[in-house]
Design a protein around this ligand. Structure first.
Ligand code: ATP
Ligand code: MG
Length: 532
């Protein structure tokens, strides 16, 4: 065996080899019927574990008997965060009918494009999404029914009310779940990647991947909190991180307080009001928790655990959050839609600043030199490649599917990283984002970390600007802190004080009002590059 491959044994042996629908249903059924699974803070709507079980069974029954959905038919779910997404998702899992999770913020153009990708027979959507869906529905002839989550007075719209489909199935008694024999190949759902480096791709997540995920979320070393803990959940459910928090909730019997939009005061108020113990966040939310003076006016002492995922958590932000919440660690999770489960996680006992943690059970990782394809050893940076029960591939995209895996079945993450002697992993940057200055590869993240130390810099993003002589020059887009005067030369000199010559801002500074980011807070560097 290649000694440069680092693996941790899986802990899946106790989990039956069954469809995730069955596994999840059995699990949900073990919790108190009246225990709250989802509480939607804005509307006050509650969904108990009992509701979730019966509503999902009724919906699955009706999808099968009234709408003719059979194994491998596709569904689409497009809504702002709501428990109904999970009622529909569970029904899809019971029927082995993969559901495509789509961003409710999509324009009609994007909606059409991604619906055409998966060709769902039934689309579940919210009222806001319906308006856009009606525009493209005629062109999407594969759609046989639209199920509307919200109540609608106007009955002319040719939609089926969700509330009709969660009643009068057969109360679950005669429902037979679809068998899934080939867990590795049966697609459970389709999630779009974030589209940070190109167009979002439709990732086919398998039942085997969800089973591995289950072994993670019930592992108390990885998630050392009580079952039935109270968790505040504001990450979009359509994103792999938001979706992952939901299964963690359902497998562990958590009470998920759902917000469909981040609003600073309401976020803090909800922590205080509901004595939230666990937060799942993204780094932009960490920045808010680190810096906002609003935090001083709320009692946030109930918070014991914070998990951050989806993008790089800056070391300075990390330290500030630890201090403000007076907790031992903010645990990082590194992953990608293609891999579907946490790859690295900060261990409970041995937190190292700047590291995203150690490999989770059931995964193998190697660091590969992108130029030669060779596996590298300790403290050498290269592309992070991961092997486990990953995705089956990208939907309708054999070309990208082929290049996503290497010859040994490892997924190429496109991220550069390294590990130390104790196998703690560090993310350097994305391969595509490295700035090529002369013969050097400069990670924008390193420059951004420095920029944020400047008291006049509120936010920053660095990209490479093409240059005939040097290849690329680093340009910083900077948002000034309100009321603080800061000039370009000052920023350039500040970076030069800390970093060696190749990592300096040779392309200068542009002051902007805002750094463009997507729904989970990732910097949209391609938009910034277009500005140059
Ligand atoms: P696309 O693949 O469509 O260009 P994307 O890679 O941003 O977009 P996701 O699958 O949502 O889509 O995100 C995975 C990526 O997010 C990883 O490859 C990595 O770059 C980044 N990431 C996730 N978690 C972390 C983390 N803890 N630290 C640093 N980066 C992270
Ligand atoms: Mg990606």
């Amino acid at each position: 065996m290649d000694t440069k491959i680092i693996s941790v044994a899986a802990k899946t042996s106790k989990i039956p080899l069954e469809s995730t629908g069955k596994l999840l249903f059995d699990r949900i059924s073990t919790f108190e019927n009246t225990a709250v699974a989802f509480f939607e803070v804005k509307s006050g709507v509650t969904c108990t574990y009992g509701n979730l079980a019966i509503n999902s069974l009724n919906l699955a029954t009706n999808l099968r008997n009234s709408l003719g959905i059979v194994k491998n038919d596709h569904l689409a779910i497009i809504s702002e965060n709501s428990h109904k997404i999970w009622v529909a998702a569970l029904a899809g899992l019971y029927l082995a009918a993969p559901f495509h999770l789509l961003n409710p913020g999509f324009t009609t153009y994007e909606l059409k494009k991604y619906l055409m990708m998966s060709e769902p027979k039934v689309v579940f959507c919210s009222k806001q999404v319906l308006l856009k869906l009606q525009v493209v529905r005629d062109e999407c002839t594969f759609i046989e029914a639209v199920v509307l989550f919200d109540d609608e007075d106007d009955t002319s719209k040719d939609v089926i009310p969700y509330k009709d489909l969660i009643q009068e199935g057969c109360d679950g008694k005669c429902f037979e779940m679809e068998e899934v024999d080939d867990l590795d190949n049966q697609v459970a759902y389709i999630a779009n990647s974030s589209g940070t480096t190109g167009l979002p791709k439709g990732v086919m997540v398998t039942h085997a991947n969800l089973r591995l995920n289950m072994s993670h979320v019930i592992d108390r070393e990885l998630y050392p909190f009580e079952d039935n803990s109270v968790v505040l959940h504001v990450i979009p459910f359509y994103h792999v991180h938001g979706c992952g928090v939901c299964y963690c909730g359902l497998y562990r019997g958590l009470k998920l307080l759902v917000m469909d939009q981040f609003e600073p005061k309401s976020y803090l108020h909800n922590i205080q009001e509901h004595k939230v113990s666990t937060l799942f966040i993204v780094p932009t939310l960490a920045d808010f928790l680190a810096n906002s003076p609003l935090l001083d006016t709320y009692d946030l002492s109930s918070v014991e655990q914070i998990y951050s995922a989806a993008a790089v958590l800056k070391t300075t932000t990390h330290q500030k959050v630890l201090k403000r919440f007076n907790i031992k660690s903010v645990r990082q999770i590194y992953g990608a839609t293609e891999i579907g489960v946490a790859v690295f996680m900060t261990p409970t006992a041995s937190f190292k600043p700047g590291s995203t943690g150690k490999i989770t059970p059931g995964l193998s990782v190697k660091i590969v030199d992108p130029a030669t394809g060779e596996s590298l050893g300790c403290n050498q940076s290269g592309e992070i490649c991961v092997k486990t029960a990953t995705m089956k591939g990208y939907l309708n995209d054999p070309e990208n599917t082929r290049t996503a895996f290497d010859a040994d079945g490892f997924v190429r993450t496109g991220d550069v990283g390294y590990y130390d002697e104790e196998h703690h992993f560090y993310i350097v940057d994305r391969l595509k984002d490295l700035i090529k200055y002369k013969a050097f590869q400069v990670p924008p993240l390193e420059i951004e970390e420095i920029l944020l130390r400047h008291p006049g810099v509120g936010d920053a993003a660095v990209v490479g600007k093409p240059d005939e002589r040097y290849g690329e020059l680093a340009v910083a887009f900077v948002v000034r802190v309100e009321g603080v005067e800061v000039e370009e030369s000052e920023v350039v000199d500040f970076v030069a004080k800390y970093l060696s010559v190749e990592k300096r801002l040779h392309g200068g500074v542009r002051f902007v009002r805002e750094i463009p980011r997507n729904g989970v807070g990732k910097i949209l560097r391609k938009e910034l590059r277009e500005l140059l």
